[in-house]
Design a protein around this ligand. Structure first.
Ligand SMILES: NC(=O)c1ccc[n+]([C@@H]2O[C@H](COP(=O)([O-])OP(=O)(O)OC[C@H]3O[C@@H](n4cnc5c(N)ncnc54)[C@H](OP(=O)(O)O)[C@@H]3O)[C@@H](O)[C@H]2O)c1
Length: 319
């Protein structure tokens, strides 16, 4: 049994907590807390970036719990392969495929329309799609790619799916952030990462910090519709994304990395556990975690509110 103190120590020590060691140690305390088989029967769950890695692993486990799963992918060929794998793992699973490039606002709008036309309601929306751009890239809408993928697309998709989510009696939104965000603060004065030399790792971590910082504001915006917003980080898991974007890290950490299912565990738990966890918090390995370990990352200047204003303006979501 892992005590609270040991759990917190694992978190602060980073390597043991983020790897399969932390997952294995904490997992020993969870057996009674596992979502019950069939507990997601009749629930509709949409997962972005579900064609590989953590998204596919979360979709598979949610299908195993009985959910009707909607794989939201930008590449339909990869999505079809993932759908076949999910059905192979969970015979009889209700799995559907939808196209959406979450970094492209027109594609987000089209996907929201398709989901709204075809689903009776949406119970869980997982914003899992993620990217670490090797160089600064702008989307069709003129936004920096990591910002568009991790922040703008998810906020717009949630906003447009608000009616579908509010039709659920227990609507949950889960954002998949990254422990890398702990090194970054909110920098509202340069949200499009135009200043200085662009680095993909920093852009990734900065926009993952934005997800964490904005979660309480998203919670506030949508709480009136009965929607709870959670943000989590998965630790370090062996996925195609890590192999492609961080090959050196994967070589060094390879044997210690979690498998995708372990990385996705808290996504599944936040989607399925009862009673519903309170929204607006950061989670890792089924426990709320501090948003900061470094004093320098704490926002004392209202940067988070300024960033939120920027996001709402960029998406034309001001009243
Ligand atoms: N693995 C880890 O250790 C780790 C650690 C911290 C955080 N995360 C986060 O976990 C999430 C899943 O990552 P992963 O490790 O499972 O990597 P992955 O296998 O590369 O999965 C990322 C998925 O996102 C999709 N995607 C990227 N941009 C998209 C867009 N604009 N529209 C729609 N889909 C898009 C990718 O689709 P394509 O196949 O078409 O590229 C891919 O299926 C990401 O948000 C990542 O930042 C992972």
């Amino acid at each position: 049994m892992v005590t609270r103190a040991v759990d917190a120590l694992l978190d602060r020590a980073v390597v043991p907590g983020y790897t399969k060691i932390g997952y294995w140690l904490r997992r020993r305390s969870w057996a009674a807390d596992d979502p019950a088989p069939g507990s997601m029967t009749g629930r509709h769950v949409a997962v972005t970036g579900a064609g590989s890695g953590l998204g596919e692993a979360a979709a598979t486990r949610l299908a195993r719990l009985g959910a009707t799963v909607h794989l939201v992918v930008r590449n339909l060929d990869k999505g079809r392969d993932a759908l076949v794998r999910v059905r192979g793992e969970v015979p009889g699973a209700e799995v559907h495929l939808h196209r959406c490039d979450v970094s492209d606002l027109a594609s987000v709008r089209a996907c929201a329309e398709e989901l709204t036309a075809s689903l009776p309601r949406l119970d869980v929306l997982v914003h899992n799609a993620g990217v670490m751009p090797p160089e600064r890239t702008e989307t069709a809408d003129g936004h920096e790619l990591a910002l568009a993928t991790h922040v703008l697309g998810p906020v717009l998709l949630t906003e447009l799916l608000r009616p579908l989510l509010s039709a659920s009696d227990d609507a949950r939104v889960v954002l998949v952030s990254s422990g890398g965000m702990y090194a970054q603060k909110v920098q509202a004065d340069d949200p499009e990462l135009l200043e200085g030399k662009y680095g993909g790792t920093a852009a990734y971590a900065r926009t993952k910090r934005m997800q964490v910082a904005l979660t309480p504001l998203m919670q506030e915006r949508w709480a009136g519709d009965g929607i709870a917003v959670h943000v989590m980080h998965p630790g370090w898991a062996d996925t195609p994304g890590v192999t492609e974007s961080l090959p050196g890290f994967r070589t060094v950490m390879g044997p210690l990395l979690r498998d995708a299912e372990s990385g996705a565990d808290t996504v599944v738990w936040l989607a399925a556990t009862q009673p519903p966890p309170g929204g607006g918090q950061l989670w890792h390995d089924r426990a709320p975690r501090p948003e900061h370990y470094l004093p320098v990352t704490v926002d004392r200047t209202g940067a988070t509110e300024r960033l939120w204003d920027y996001v709402l303006d960029a998406l034309s979501l001001r009243p």
